[in-house]
Design a protein. Structure first.
Length: 226
C-alpha cells in the first residue's frame, strides 16, 4: 500500500523536519522516508526548507530571514542631535503626540520642535508615557532661543524640580533614572532687547539606562505652553 502519492514529493513533519516520497524498499509501493532535518536557520513550510526561525519569536518580535527581530524598529526616531522634527506650535497650550520604541539597550531617541512665542505663558513641557515595565530612562528637555526672533541668548531657565544641565551645548532640564510616566515643564526666557519674543527650538531626548525591552511603543507628548 502506498504511503504517499507522488515520487519526490516532500511533506513537513514539524517546523524543522520533513519526509520525502520514494521507493525505499523491494516492493513497488511508494514509501515515506524517515524524518529529515532542515539545514540550520531553515524551517519546513509546504514541504520545503526555507530560511526561517526555528523557535517561535517572543512577543513583539518578528521573524526576518532566520532571526527574531524586534518589530518596533521601523518607528525608531533619530538617535543623534537634533533628532526628528515634530513640527511647530505656539505657547497657547496645544500639544503634539507621537510614539517611539526604546530598543535596543541604551537606545536614545531625540526629537525637536519649534515653539512660537504667541503671548501665552511660554512653559513648554514634555510627557513620556506607556514605557515598558521595568525600563528606566533619562529624560532631557533643552531650549535654544531663536536669534532671528531675539538675540539667541537664554537669560533664565527654570526647570521646576528637574536638574538643570547642558545637553549638546544647549541649556536643558533633565530627570535621571525615571521609571514609568514622567513630565518635565520648563520656563525659558530669552534676552530680547525689548522685543519680548521668546521663540526658540525645544529639544527632547529619551535614553534607556536599564531594562530595555522590545515593546510596542511609548508615547511622547510635547506641549507649547499652559
Amino acid at each position: 500500500m502506498d504511503e504517499c502519492d507522488s515520487l519526490g514529493e516532500t511533506f513537513c513533519v514539524d517546523k524543522t523536519r520533513f519526509q520525502s516520497c520514494g521507493e525505499l524498499d523491494t516492493d513497488v509501493c511508494k514509501d515515506l522516508s524517515a524524518p529529515q532535518t532542515c539545514p540550520a536557520d531553515h524551517v519546513c513550510e509546504d514541504g520545503e526548507c526555507i530560511p526561517g526561525c526555528a523557535e517561535d519569536c517572543p512577543a513583539h518580535f518578528e521573524c526576518i530571514g532566520s532571526d527574531c527581530v524586534c518589530d518596533t524598529v521601523d518607528i525608531d526616531f533619530d538617535d543623534t542631535w537634533p533628532g526628528w522634527y515634530m513640527g511647530y506650535m505656539d505657547d497657547s497650550g496645544v500639544t503634539m503626540t507621537d510614539h517611539d520604541s526604546l530598543w535596543p539597550e541604551t537606545d536614545r531617541d531625540v526629537v525637536h520642535y519649534y515653539l512660537i512665542d504667541g503671548g501665552g505663558s511660554h512653559n513648554p513641557a514634555v510627557t513620556i508615557s506607556d514605557i515598558a515595565p521595568g525600563v528606566k530612562y533619562d529624560l532631557c528637555m533643552a531650549f535654544q532661543c531663536d536669534p532671528e526672533a531675539n538675540d539667541g541668548t537664554l537669560d533664565d531657565l527654570d526647570c521646576n524640580g528637574a536638574s538643570k544641565t547642558v545637553t549638546n551645548g544647549v541649556d536643558s532640564c533633565c530627570l535621571y533614572g525615571v521609571a514609568g510616566t514622567a513630565t518635565i515643564e520648563m520656563n525659558a526666557n530669552c534676552t530680547f532687547f525689548g522685543t519680548g519674543d521668546d521663540s526658540g527650538t525645544v529639544f527632547v531626548s529619551v535614553e534607556s539606562t536599564q531594562g530595555a525591552q522590545c515593546w510596542p511603543h511609548y508615547h511622547i507628548t510635547v506641549q507649547g505652553g499652559n
